[in-house]
Design a protein around this ligand. Structure first.
Ligand code: NDP
Length: 334
């Protein structure tokens, strides 16, 4: 069983030495468990957080742990009732060829409904994050303007497309011309490159009626450009801060948190952080029903960025953090 484990806690951007590649005997399933062969591994930004030992919403990995991650896998052997070899499931096997998991934690996937990799992206946790953050916090209304960064990724692209289905105007922000073109193709009303010169001016020009919903995925300079454009009663689902996940020090400059709170107060802004699992019980069923229909009829489209081979997972992961991926970042095995 080839696997990739955490060798050391990264300082800043993860380096090849932070990962160790090795092999172990095949694990054996106990009662109620299944042996799974990994087909696809999801690469997600939160895993960078779990490599550190800083306190967060999820416990850190320990040194020596297999790198965590959601997986689409095939059942090889099953000691659980109702789960048979050959079935395809959504699990949490991480960066290894085989895993043993409790059958009760697996979700069976039907390739006839949608390609099984969508369970890691648009029909999985990232798509759910977009759906729940908008429904619970962002609440885009007909005629309003929504902006979202990391817009070419699985969360951001779903955010923009769902907002448009709800009647809002969607501005997508992403890194580089290739992604900007992609967003236009997905139907975003405006698409902007956050690395372009005068990005703040371009964003202002693209939002003549201000911004009513800003779905926060990145923080940093994009947030600085958005803040002055937020309308009274604007809602900001704070979903992620990708711009600072590998930061090793505070940014230069004076403390502006007082000014920020002043703007929250004077414009009656709502900033609300959330972790998607908070809304699972309440919204998972609606999400699967609505999103599956949208994917099937083409009203929500998605892209995947596939890297082949388990050994290349670390470089693909670092590339995703940097923004090399266009669409959901995946590793497909053998
Ligand atoms: P993506 O595939 O979109 O990858 C992250 C993207 O962040 C990169 O591709 C890059 O895109 C962008 N980025 C990185 N650095 C910067 C920067 N300095 N400035 C602007 N953009 C930057 O990831 P996901 O769609 O999977 O996740 C999007 C966000 O949602 C992340 O912050 C993630 O942590 C968060 N999330 C939160 C959840 C929750 O429950 N709260 C659940 C799932 C995800 P670009 O090239 O466009 O700059």
């Amino acid at each position: 069983n080839h696997r990739i484990r955490l060798a050391s806690r990264p300082h800043g951007v993860p380096a090849p030495e932070d990962f160790v590649h090795d092999s172990a005997p095949l694990p054996v399933p106990g009662l109620g468990e299944a042996l799974l062969r990994t087909l696809h591994i999801s690469l997600d930004p939160y895993v960078r957080g779990r490599m550190s030992d800083a306190r967060s919403y999820a416990a850190p990995m320990e040194i020596g742990d297999v790198i965590v991650g959601a997986t689409v896998a095939e059942v090889v052997a099953s000691e659980a009732e109702g789960l048979a070899p050959g079935e395809i499931v959504l699990g949490y096997g991480g960066w290894q060829e085989y895993s043993v998991e409790p059958a009760a934690t697996l979700r069976r996937l039907d390739p006839a409904v949608a390609p099984v990799t969508t369970a890691l992206g648009v029909l999985g946790m990232p798509g759910f994050t977009a759906y729940a953050g908008l429904r619970a916090i962002g609440k885009p209304q007909q005629g309003e303007t929504l902006a979202v960064a990391a817009a070419a990724g699985p969360v951001g692209s779903a955010v923009g497309q769902i907002a448009r289905l709800r009647g809002a105007r969607a501005i997508g922000i992403a890194g580089g011309e290739r992604k900007v073109e992609h967003l236009r193709g997905l139907g975003f009303d405006e698409a902007l490159d956050h690395r372009a010169p005068d990005f703040p001016g371009r964003l202002a020009a693209a939002s003549p009626r201000g911004i009513d919903v800003y779905f926060e995925n990145v923080g940093g300079a994009v947030w600085d450009a958005v803040l002055p454009l937020l309308n009274e009663y604007a809602r900001v689902p704070v979903c992620g801060l990708a711009a600072q996940y590998s930061a090793t020090s505070l940014p230069e400059g004076p403390d502006r948190s007082g000014q920020l709170l002043g703007q929250v107060l004077s414009r009656s802004l709502t900033l609300r952080g959330f972790i998607q699992r908070e809304f699972r019980e309440e919204m998972q069923e609606d999400f699967l029903r609505e999103m599956t229909a949208w994917v099937q009829d083409g009203s929500v489209r998605y892209a995947e960025d596939v890297t082949r081979g388990l050994d290349r997972a670390p470089e693909a992961f670092v590339g995703m953090l940097r923004g090399d991926n266009l669409g959901k970042a995946l590793v497909t095995l053998g």
